[in-house]
Ligand binder design. Sequence first.
Ligand code: DHB
Length: 488
Amino acid sequence: MQFPFIWPLAACLLVACSTPQPSTPTMQFDPSRYQTQQLTVDGKAFTVRAYENLATVARPVDAAYQAINIYVPEAYFHGQAVGNFTAQTAPIFLPNQIGGYMPAKPGTPTGRTGPPGDSPRASTIAVALSKGFVVASPGARGRTAPTGKAPAAIVDLKAAVRYLRFNDARMPGDAEKIISNGTSAGGALSALLGTSGNSPDYAAALAALGAADVRDDIFAVSAYCPITNLEHADSAYEWQFNGVNDYKKIEVSMLDFNVQRKEVAGSLSAPQISLSADLKAQFPAYLNRLALRGPQGQPLALDSAGQGSFQAYVQSLVIASAQTALDAGKDLSGLAWLTVQNKVVRELDWDAYVRYAGRMKLPPAFDALDLSSGENQLFGTATVDKQHFTTASAQRSTASGATQADAHTVKQMNAMAYIGAANTARYWRIRHGTKDRDTSLAIPVILATTLQNQGYAVDFALPWDVPHSGDYDLAELFAWMARISTAP
Ligand code: DHB
């Protein structure tokens, strides 16, 4: 990338003078239109230039969401370095604010500072800026609007990436080093953005919106507890939680990890218990079709009862997580389901661990038979608010006149569908807490392992006892980002 400041003028003159109606007139980044913001991180004050609510497409259908906020350390306009980076080399951190597949506005450095109830902490965007990253936070349409149904959110994220690449020479930061970040639904979309670079599947939608006609592949992905692979998530959930008949569920309005959750306890009915068994029984065939391999090259598979090397591998990752916690001084002595000898975690009783994590969702966890889930609404259309997206649930539907989303749209939302089939990001960091029960542990394990098996660089861990949340380890996240950005 280049960043001479005479470029904007030259580019602007070219476009404005030679073409009466350029297709992307509003998408030229103008470095002179900013507001100065003072931020403080760890007691240190610094200045950034804020470029807010810039349109990412020429023909938005929902301008409040098809927009991006860009923040640049002031130092970069004075030829100075911040940490390891300069205006030319700084990676562009791309945190989305999406939760619950709801519409999301672009983020700000003073906005969300972590889930409600958490102790206050510096915002992810402010910390990134303090370390010299250029930050570009994209908005995205969401499921509650007729125009926000699948695949709207991923189309909007891709448009944001294209905006940054289109404007690479006009702004600080390196558009060949875009690092996406998101949590939960936002983690799923971060992963999807990373796997599906330049896929023709989104070309028509991007063209219709007037997105810049440039590449949309990205350099790296950070994803916290990605709620992805939705068409296999129901069977994966029952593979893990079958046998746990008591649940603590939340209202659909609280799916978003950003909002305070209130749990309602209950027990599965006899038909639900039977459905759980049916869904669980579907999982081994899917898992075995993937032909995954573990770190030693060992095949990861399941028998028809859901037992086998894949289960052992997931269990070993939870044991590794416990070991890391123990090594860090955490007292695990109260957990009877862990066997610890001489400071080594030797064994874990899987069923007891699963009960400890606890069931949150009723079968089917995602494609609800009465169309009541957030994902049902995600897969609606401009005229039909909610639809099924799996044949298993469509066949069992209790909603009168229910319809099913077309397979292409379902594919467009699944990060798994594009690994290696599109321009997939080279670097990955995936985190999913061992106390997360919004989706099965199998989902992030399958995502990380598929990427690993295809040769991508994956940093994957299940942080101990962490519930459904993200951005809880910013020091490690930004250290990873600095490492991959400066790797040869
Ligand atoms: C989120 C959580 C869920 O349980 C889900 O099904 C979808 C999204 C979220 O927090 O974004």
